[in-house]
Design a protein around this ligand. Structure first.
Ligand code: ADP
Length: 448
């Protein structure tokens, strides 16, 4: 039965995407700077900052000077853990650019990634928000006819390919992905250690995106262009800080974004999906729940982010049962119902390695099922081939076996909600797994 449903979902999804007027993704597009960390780079960096005689247990809460960055990197190496910290001042950013540099630049940020991953699909228009759009960032976007930036030309707002819309050159924001291998040895003054596994430390300098400042031009021009957009994928709250050097808090930046999203809904008639992503701070999560949830229609997350959200909303017991029981489907559904009852969300889409679950108020369960199956085909294809370009690529994804059934799959009506649980396709030796969550949630939302 599921294989037939999968085949049907592929045909239906491909067709339906062509009828979507347009998709906007905002407000976080950036440049990732990849750098391989080896013993000689560490030695070089230590020479610059002077010897370190001891390393704290935990990384610093924010990077305020070059020494903080080196200490955090070394702690990440010692533990083999993927920490991420924001760089808080321009001097440290400049120092890092000069002394660490990068081996390769890559497109980064949830909005850019979603736009990139959606662009091979037969969508008419994808408008990606990227600010500041420098030449370096613009050239990382793929060249596709359906991918646009909102820009000004002869005093008029127009949609242009990112590559034709950049205004200045230079790197003004960068997320350093400092990757190290297993067994990397670090010798400090009187002690040494080795990385227990390969991992990475991320240090990000992004003064505009980390305040989610939407440009005044965009706020004005999005309502002036004649082109129609029907869907908006909002994200980027995970790179906010709790408090800023100038004395503001995350809420000072979340409230204006919430009000702008509300305005977009009202004036453009867009449906809004928010991709939760992992937000380390409870203060930021709480503010997002309070201010952003009321203005969005759809929420996407993985099971770990979901347990954290339940915990924040006072469901500690259930969150604990989920974590300890390795996320049983029945408990995930219990949690989804609780969140739907407490919020005004129209749908929530949850992805795990073997199943996707969605819960909706809209009585559109068969469309939801088809949407989830289509997104599973995209995830399987990307894992298998590392990319997807054509309809034929997706046919390869559909051949990946659908994993074991537990008996819970299908459509259920619980209280006033429709619950859809689908078994997914899991690729045994995936070529690529980054960005899968983004593609699962964004495509599921567009087709739901
Ligand atoms: P990310 O932030 O890296 O996108 P998420 O946890 O949000 O991570 O999403 C990862 C999802 O990708 C998993 O929930 C799972 O559904 C899917 N996935 C991961 N590995 C595979 C694989 N080998 N084959 C198919 N799907 C996979």
């Amino acid at each position: 039965m599921w294989e037939d449903l999968y085949k049907q979902a592929l045909e239906e999804g491909w067709e339906k995407l062509q009828n979507i007027p347009g998709v906007i993704t905002g407000f976080h597009s950036t440049i990732d700077g990849l750098k391989k960390v080896d013993a000689s780079l560490i030695e070089q960096l230590l020479k610059k900052i002077g010897t370190i005689t001891e390393l704290p247990e935990e990384p610093t809460s924010a990077i305020r000077k070059p020494e903080d960055l080196i200490i955090d990197l070394l702690i990440s190496i010692r533990e083999g853990l993927a920490y991420q910290r924001m760089i808080e001042n321009e001097e440290t950013f400049k120092w890092t650019l000069e002394n660490v540099g990068y081996d390769q630049l890559r497109l980064g940020g949830t909005s850019a990634n979603m736009a990139n991953l959606l662009s091979p699909l037969p969508l008419k228009k994808i408008l990606v928000y990227a600010n500041p759009l420098t030449r370096e960032l613009a050239e990382l976007f793929p060249e596709r006819d359906n991918l646009f930036i909102l820009t000004g030309e002869d005093g008029k707002p127009v949609l242009r390919s990112p590559r034709k819309a950049w205004k200045e050159e230079g790197i003004f924001a960068i997320h350093w992905i400092l990757e190290y291998g297993e067994g990397l040895r670090v010798d400090l003054n009187g002690f040494s250690f080795k990385s227990p596994r390969a991992n990475r430390f991320i240090a990000a300098w992004n003064p505009v995106n980390c305040r989610l400042r939407v440009s005044e031009e965009f706020k004005r021009d999005i309502f002036l262009i004649p082109e129609r957009f029907s869907h908006f994928l909002v994200s980027g709250f995970h790179i906010l800080l709790e408090r800023y050097p100038e004395g503001k808090t995350c809420e000072d930046f979340i409230i204006p974004v919430a009000s702008f999203v509300g305005e977009m809904k009202e004036k453009l008639g867009v449906k809004v999906h928010y991709e939760f992503a992992s937000i380390g701070s409870q203060m930021i999560r709480n503010s997002v729940v309070k201010n952003i949830f009321p203005v969005i229609d759809s929420l996407g997350l993985n099971e770990i982010e979901f347990a954290t959200l339940l915990n924040d909303l006072g469901e500690q017991e259930l969150a604990k049962e989920l974590r300890e029981g390795r996320f049983p489907i029945v408990k995930l559904v219990d949690g989804l119902i609780k969140i739907m009852k407490r919020t005004t969300l129209r749908r929530i889409q949850l992805h795990t390695l073997g199943h996707y679950i969605s819960i909706t108020r809209d009585k559109n369960e068969t469309e939801e099922r088809s949407a989830l199956l289509f997104s599973a085909i995209l995830a399987a294809t990307r894992s298998l081939l590392g990319k997807y370009e054509t309809f034929d690529d997706l046919k390869r994804g559909i051949e990946v076996p659908t994993i074991t059934l537990t008996g819970y799959e299908g459509i259920k009506n619980i209280d006033e909600f429709g619950v859809v649980i689908v078994p997914t396709k899991v690729v045994q030796s995936p070529k690529l797994t980054v960005g899968l969550g983004d593609i699962i949630s964004s495509s599921g939302f567009l087709l739901s």
